[in-house]
Design a protein around this ligand. Structure first.
Ligand code: ASP
Length: 317
């Protein structure tokens, strides 16, 4: 990964993914301590450039960089020269001229970071591009699943909601199938593309929640992405919840130790009930916490290098 950036899960091998997860495991215990700042990336500068809203990804990338000792600058499209008509490539060239060590970016256009990576030498980390990929989300999801299950191989993962517009669904599809999990996609017919089933024999789709959840080890709920479709064609919250909202009674069909996940932001009463979101087997906040360890791992491997040993044990509290 060194120097190359992280554009998606699709081009990574299972070994490369495993390396990131192993490094993230090293950083996990650090989150619970005081005195968390390391100097692995001291003297490095990371720019975070967000053209779309973000709470979890943006904050945790920034915290991850800071915990590794890097200097960070965060820029959102609002308030930058994008408002004044500057092109994406000109903005990125301008930022690259300031010699950051990496640029973390989120953009509403699928492929935007890939396009820029062709022109810039600065490594780019994709923090979500349109409906295409959200690689660090899939990595933190895998880390979270592995906090609860011994391995990804053989798991049945139900991914339910607006699959068509979800970069989280796509990155998870790549990661989970590389590790031998099976994935069942579920949602209203227009939101679950038929092509997904051609991806691998381990991928199926259904429009019935009960079928998706039966024997599931992991239930991953997704938000309806209003910003990527005609909002007038999206069913009302109550209508959607009736057919595709996860409620406690659904969990009876899943495995007794099934966990519930959601990349956030969650919409209670639309895709998930409050009882489930706050349920003891809900791993939603666990996912948020793991976001920092995974992003530390990615930044560390990218900028310090694979051969660089992780620092001695994290400083004691
Ligand atoms: N936060 C995730 C993303 O940026 C999921 C979502 O927005 O629904 O793709």
């Amino acid at each position: 990964m060194r120097g190359k950036g992280l554009l998606g899960i699709e081009p990574l091998t299972a070994e490369e993914i495993q390396k990131i997860l192993d490094r993230a495991r090293f950083y996990q215990p650090l989150q619970a301590r005081t005195g968390r700042k390391l100097d692995t990336l001291r003297g490095r500068t990371i720019i975070h450039l967000f053209y779309e809203s973000s709470t979890r990804t943006r904050t945790s990338f920034e915290i991850a960089a800071k915990r590794l000792g890097a200097d960070t600058v965060t820029l959102s499209a609002k308030g930058s020269s994008v408002d004044k008509g500057e092109s994406l490539l000109d903005t990125l060239n301008t930022l690259a001229a300031m010699r950051p060590d990496a640029i973390v970016m989120r953009h509403s256009a699928s492929g935007a970071p890939h396009f820029l990576a062709r022109y810039l030498e600065t490594p780019i980390l994709n923090a979500g591009d349109g409906t295409h990929e959200h690689p660090t989300q899939a990595l933190l999801d895998a880390l979270t699943i592995l906090d609860h299950k011994p391995s990804l191989a053989g798991l049945r993962v139900a991914i339910i909601g607006d699959i068509a517009h979800s970069r989280v669904a796509r990155s998870n599809l790549h990661l989970l199938t590389k590790f031998g999990a099976s994935v069942v996609f579920c949602g209203p017919p227009p939101l679950v593309p038929r092509e997904l089933e051609c991806f691998s024999p381990n991928v199926t789709r259904t429009f019935r929640m009960e079928e998706a959840i039966t024997d599931a080890d992991v239930i991953m709920m997704l938000r309806v992405q209003f910003e990527r479709q005609n909002p007038h064609r999206v069913p009302s919250a109550s209508e959607y919840f009736r057919f595709y909202g996860l409620r406690l009674e659904h969990l009876r069909a899943a495995r007794p130790d099934a966990i519930v996940m959601h990349p956030g932001p969650i919409n209670r009463g639309r895709e998930i009930s409050s009882e489930v979101a706050d349920f003891p087997r809900s791993a939603i906040l666990n996912q948020v916490e793991n976001g920092i360890a995974v992003r530390m791992a990615v930044l560390d491997l990218l900028l310090a290098g694979e051969s660089a040993k992780p620092p001695e044990r994290p400083p004691a509290s």
